[in-house]
Design a protein. Structure first.
Length: 247
């Protein structure tokens, strides 16, 4: 089940105005051009910012996400009519043969179990044409980003049209090996309505990510730093093997 931040109809419309700076997507747009992709599958597309950006540039884009509330937000954006929206995940896609699949943000880390991650990569590999690419980002575990996921570091207050004052913060609820759970709290408007969203991420090492991609028929060809978080995140580029069908 997707997190409430994306699936709750009261919270999904707040995602973009609470995080308006999406300059982190510029790097991915550059990679799309660099790889010569004209057809793109955006896995975990959320509220559709990246999918609509690519569609505005004339690309053929498919956005897939399990959160209906987020897709409802996505469908209201400019160029949304040029995107094919699918409510679901990478394991339930129709037949595709895209040049590139993307997993931006925390998408690659929401698959906590090895089984869910392997099934997702297998679905992505089936959707990418032989010789096509997958680009994903994943946080560097050694940086232990969750140490700053507390109220002192994350508390914020924003005034939003139609909502009023929105107070937010994040707190870690559990750390178990490389699996980190945390809760985001939202206090909305003059009524001070309190909503929460619980999330869990898996912090796989680069070696683990590389091995799991290889098992799915996707070979890592490049690893870069995320420009918006240098030293904190890897941007991994993998190519589907042209000489072997995806499993």
């Amino acid at each position: 089940m997707p997190d409430a931040a994306f699936a709750d109809p009261r919270l999904a419309p707040l995602y973009d105005p609470l995080d308006p700076d999406r300059s982190d997507l510029d790097h991915y747009a550059t990679l799309v051009d660099e790889l010569g992709a004209r057809t793109v599958l955006d896995v975990g597309c959320g509220t559709g910012t990246f999918a609509c950006l690519l569609a505005s540039r004339g690309l053929d884009v498919v956005g897939v996400d399990p959160a209906r509330a987020s897709l409802d937000v996505a469908r209201g954006k400019p160029c949304a009519d040029a995107v094919t929206w699918i409510e679901g995940d990478a394991t339930t896609l129709p037949p595709l043969a895209v040049d590139l699949a993307t997993m931006t943000g925390n998408v690659a880390q929401v698959f906590v179990t090895d089984e869910a991650w392997a099934a997702t990569l297998a679905g992505v590999a089936r959707a990418v044409r032989p010789g096509g690419h997958l680009v994903l980002e994943t946080r560097v575990p050694e940086r232990r980003a969750w140490l700053e996921w507390d109220r002192a570091h994350t508390h914020d207050v924003t005034e939003l049209d139609g909502v009023g004052r929105v107070e937010t913060w994040t707190e870690v609820t559990e750390v178990r090996d490389d699996v980190v759970s945390f809760r985001s709290t939202y206090v909305l408007g003059p009524a001070h309505e309190v909503l929460t969203s619980d999330s869990t991420l898996r912090f796989r090492s680069l070696a683990q990510v590389t091995a799991s991609l290889g098992a799915a028929g996707l070979d890592v060809v490049d690893v870069r730093e995320a420009p918006d978080r240098p030293g904190r995140e890897h941007v991994v580029v993998a190519r589907r093997r042209p000489d072997r069908a995806a499993s």
